[in-house]
Design a protein around this ligand. Sequence first.
Ligand SMILES: Cc1cc2nc3c(=O)[nH]c(=O)nc-3n(C[C@H](O)[C@H](O)[C@H](O)COP(=O)(O)OP(=O)(O)OC[C@H]3O[C@@H](n4cnc5c(N)ncnc54)[C@H](O)[C@@H]3O)c2cc1C
Length: 381
Amino acid sequence: MTDYQHYFGETHNLVRETVRKFVAREIRPFVDDWEEHGEFPRELYGKAGDAGILGIGYPEEYGGSGGDIFVKIASSEELMRCGSAGVVAGLGSLDISIPPILALGTEEQKFRFVPPVLKGEKISALGITEPDAGSDVANIRTRASRRDDHYRVNGSKMFITSGARADQLTCAVRTGGEGSRGISLLVIPSQAPGYAVSKKLRKMGWWASDTAQIFLEECRVPVENLLGREGQGFYGIMENFQNERLQLSVMANMTSQMALEESLRYAKEREAFGRALSGFQVTRHRLADMATLVEASREFVYRVAARIGAGENQVKEISMAKNFACTVSDRVTFDAVQIHGGAGYMREYLVERLYRDNRILSIGGGTQEIMKEIIAKMMLE
Ligand SMILES: Cc1cc2nc3c(=O)[nH]c(=O)nc-3n(C[C@H](O)[C@H](O)[C@H](O)COP(=O)(O)OP(=O)(O)OC[C@H]3O[C@@H](n4cnc5c(N)ncnc54)[C@H](O)[C@@H]3O)c2cc1C
């Protein structure tokens, strides 16, 4: 992607190269098997940690390698090249669960919870969604009641990425009254008494990532694991969403990019009625439309990222960018399967997986409808 020099410089290219080599060596050769088995090996976290990949974009004092927002984007883009968004989501569950610790935690908490995860020794997950509260985050019911030096937590968390094998869960709990002000964040170790995990949930896509329900029954969590003050949790969750929405936008754009590349290749190779598919005007125009949308979406997401990186409030814009990138990836993955015909419905072809994996992007991290609510609210109020 040399045509994006105004966003990416030498450092970013070095990071890109490191991740590219890691993907080629440690993921690509095995990824189809992992997808079929519904899991990638736990050791991959350690390998990614040793290669410095998990720490990209995180402060050096906690074991990261620092860097600006485009360092993280370069890394995410190259990881997506492995062809399994499930692997990326599983390895990346730290990217949604560690930032709240860095934003709200004390120095002691940061040193306790962050370095082992960036080294790949521990797996970290984020627990916000519940069986009865997804989009309506302010309505979560999992309750944490303080008893002397610990909290007793009761409730359950739903659809948690890396939930089946996480060692620690950055978890939204209700410590106060109703609504957003009653919410706090606790880091709950999976070893805590009263912490239990469901079987892995079976999914449409992201097969290589584990997704689980977590049950908390009289779960005992030390008060030292409260992030910030009681009642600050909602703020931590909302801050985190901006970062998660950017990551999902990047995933959507890479999904589109790969679907386009696969389609271009196939359209040139495959023949029908005595000529290549690329000879039919309908295919050529479809490819032209796909490429135009991918280009526009990538540029939009980079622009919003640059503004986030400059410290600007981009809540409305990142909601727009996520929706736009996901609308594009919905369309482009649909068209990519169409161009592939029956082959596009077969597992041997990457576009089949891209199509399935893509579906979650406009649901996770805030649905398309919730993004529109945010955009409308910010324009109208
Ligand atoms: C594979 C996968 C991985 C996930 N990983 C995690 C994770 O790691 N951690 C975590 O906490 N969660 C995770 N989630 C949960 C995800 O964030 C939620 O599924 C998502 O926020 C939507 O919540 P919901 O499923 O409860 O849907 P609901 O909130 O029940 O929404 C159902 C439908 O109603 C619409 N709707 C709801 N409210 C409104 C409204 N006010 N206006 C208009 N329409 C509305 C929604 O847009 C949607 O179309 C994951 C989900 C999946 C499938």
